[in-house]
Design a protein around this ligand. Structure first.
Ligand SMILES: *Cc1c(COP(=O)(O)O)cnc(C)c1O
Length: 221
């Protein structure tokens, strides 16, 4: 058994039922991704448009593809036809562009709203206080569907330090769910990476994004 398969066997056996694993595959080859798929991965997460399109073409749609990087509006047109979800919507401008291209593709694009839970000025994502209004605005668009929230949280060496940011995002998720906004289905809470996914699951994540712990150390971020 190779490393990828061995790593996945362990991770998949540890993750509770009902929690979706997104294999974060930036910098990994199509061959590595195919090994992960053979070992049972159902969703691949990618950060970079150009890099990922080549891999999607090779691998196809036996898995679901989630866009988890920062998406520039001028690249939306390449993402819509091939991706199954965009996890990083953080502005109405981006949402409108997604809606426009989804219409052209006869598609309703599922998205998550990226929350800047640490309120870090240099980070992408919308701050928690502004999320509900953004979601209400997006809910008026016909070809994009909000299906939950995603957060990264500040990077620190200590995963325990991420817990407060997961809690903030989980509370926001519940609050927005309670609003029952039409055309919004609060189903997914995507939080936690290799070093923090166990804590994220304790705090309510039902989708985790794991790269290093599956594929090993990366050559670039
Ligand atoms: C790279 C990446 C991950 C996975 O990070 P690891 O620490 O390698 O598990 C998760 N989410 C996003 C948005 C990423 O860019």
């Amino acid at each position: 058994m190779n490393d990828i398969k061995r790593n996945l066997e362990k991770i998949l056996s540890e993750i509770p039922e009902g929690i979706e694993l997104v294999a974060a595959a930036k910098s990994r080859t199509a061959e590595e991704i195919l090994q992960a798929i053979e070992a049972g991965v159902k969703i691949i997460g990618e950060n970079y448009v150009q890099e990922s399109l080549k891999k999607i073409e090779k691998i196809g749609h036996k898995v679901r593809w989630h866009f988890i990087g920062h998406l520039q509006t001028n690249k939306v047109k390449y993402v819509i036809p091939v991706y199954d979800m965009i996890e990083t919507v953080d502005s109405f401008k981006l949402a409108k562009e997604i809606d426009k291209h989804a219409k052209k593709n006869n598609k309703i694009m599922p998205v998550l709203i990226e929350i800047n839970s640490g309120k870090e000025p240099q980070k992408f994502g919308i701050i928690p206080e502004d999320a509900e209004n953004l979601i209400k605005e997006i809910s008026t668009l016909s070809n994009i569907k909000v299906m939950g929230l995603m957060t990264m949280g500040p990077f620190t060496g200590d995963p325990e330090k991420a817990r407060p940011y997961f809690i903030v995002t989980q509370k926001l998720f519940d609050k927005i769910s309670d609003r029952n906004i039409p055309n919004v289905e609060m189903k997914y809470l995507s939080m936690g990476m290799s070093n923090s996914y166990k804590i994220a699951i304790e705090e309510g994540a039902n989708m985790v994004r794991i790269g290093t712990k599956i594929f090993g150390e990366r050559k670039y971020i």
